[in-house]
Design a protein around this ligand. Sequence first.
Ligand SMILES: *Cc1c(COP(=O)(O)O)cnc(C)c1O
Length: 415
Amino acid sequence: MAYSERVRETYQQQLGGIKDAGLFKQERFIHSSQAADIEVEFPSGSALKNVINMCANNYLGLSSHPDVIKAAHEGLDTRGYGMSSVRFICGTQDIHRELENKVTEFLGTEDTILFPSCMDANAGVFEAVLTKDDVMISDRLVHASIIDGIRLCAAEHDTFKHSNMDHLEKKLQLHADKRFKIVITDGVFSMDGDTAKLAEMVSLCEQYDAMLFLDDSHASGFIGKTGRGTHEQCGVVGKIDIITTTFGKALGGASGGCVSGRKELVEMCRQRARPYLFSNTVAPVVVSGVLKVLDILSASTERRDKLETNADYWRKGLTEAGFVLKEGDTPIIPVMLFNAKLAQDVSRDLFDEGIYAIGFFFPVVPQGQARIRTQISAGHERHHLDKALEAFIKVGKKYDILGKTKQEIIAKYGK
Ligand SMILES: *Cc1c(COP(=O)(O)O)cnc(C)c1O
């Protein structure tokens, strides 16, 4: 039968359904390197357009930093392009261990193990350290990659309502009989930009003899007064048993991730975690780049400080203009539009004005909570933010949403 017409039509129908529902994701081709100013081909085949990027995870503006590029070049020259091996066969270079040690020091943990990505770290870590006698209790809004890791693990799974500490406590009581309990949360939640209540979670974990797992992908490098992450901001450095994070966002933005934490747990991952054992070593060029990123961040807080100032300025500007925002104090600043079509229309009009900011809607966020998620960078200068604000206000006026409440916007556009 092979790839018969019946098979083809089934998939064509499914794809048609995704399009009809207005949920089809169209990629835009960027012809420049990642930065505040980018050149974009969109729609495909059209002339290049210069736009200000307001939706990258390039929080610290390091994705195309000359010192990082230089370090990556040096890594390429001295350690080659690829290792053609997994770590435990012949894929570990001195710089891989050097980076693991640097991350350990940066995060204030006991040990670290690199993974090809944070997705892989999350996919591998639970299965490596837990058994069917254990329970994983996760916040209901954790990242998709954590859900996948949970699915691959034999331990029981339960959830608590987002950031609801009373509910978490009830769940900890409910699972008192388990061998081990592990509480699982993101540090900064990527869709809303809010921060986990880590200090309370640490207290609860101590009280109920549970471990604590933190995915700090949207925090490592810039949250906390020296940018170590959510655990620094919440005053619980050294008290998180497992931290996973990515090098694919603030920390240079190339790729790679890690599990960092208690040394026995890290060693268990080295022996058992399948995405570590069965996927190729992080490329030397990336390792060299991340080493330089950590040097830059350890030498000065200038970049995270600038990011904080930029994010405050942007949040204040949007608030004064009369947009409905999600509460928070991170560089993830969602402009709420509630209606999926409105979010897409606003995004398209912003693009025409030279501002690149993507609309998010179901199933990425709950139904009726469509938004434009803006992400601020230390790579933004004041003129970028001012120009973007001007465009947001122009488009906001066009759709008559400035100064309107959530209820008024929903009344006009529906959910
Ligand atoms: C982006 C992200 C990941 C995935 O990181 P990659 O290194 O790109 O695989 C995992 N967890 C969270 C919370 C993220 O935001």
